[in-house]
Design a protein around this ligand. Sequence first.
Ligand code: SF4
Ligand code: SF4
Length: 179
Amino acid sequence: MKLLQRFYLVEVVSGLTLTAAHFFRNMGLHIAHALGRTDARGAVTIQYPEERRPYSPRLRSLHRLVRREDGSPRCVACMMCETVCPAHCIYIVAAEHPNPEIEKVPARFDIDLGKCVFCGYCVEACPEDAIRMDTGILEFSSYSRDGMIYTKETLLALEPAGADGRPTSPVPIPADRRP
Ligand code: SF4
Ligand code: SF4
């Protein structure tokens, strides 16, 4: 350190000067913008979660299982998504479908979202377009690892996001967070 830097007071004053310069510059820009004197705006703080940035239309959000008209899963338990998943976080148990035209149906379809890396490979690999990542839901959490495992029933109940990219279904509450 140089001699001047050894006097911490000098560095403290230098830091405060820099902070004050940013503060007054931003305040000046905000006032000028409010008075219509300039298009430029000062630094803006996003008041999350009340205020949000727009999502990309290619956003990959919480998965959902697509339903047939009768409400049953479109999934035919072919295991393609389970096989391609790099995080090994999809668990499927196949069962016979009562309709002989449909070979299989998932008796169990769990995704461990605590392991998922949101790569979207499962969506790409699915030959039936039975799994999508278009719910717009990004904020889901749990107090335990088990709570991050989303079951077939939960995934089937989810709806696609609206035209604005915002979720249309409520965020699923994991078992360990239910009152
Ligand atoms: S998004 Fe990727 S990591 Fe997550 S379940 Fe699908 S394939 Fe697995
Ligand atoms: S790839 Fe599609 S049809 Fe096959 S098990 Fe996965 S979700 Fe079901």
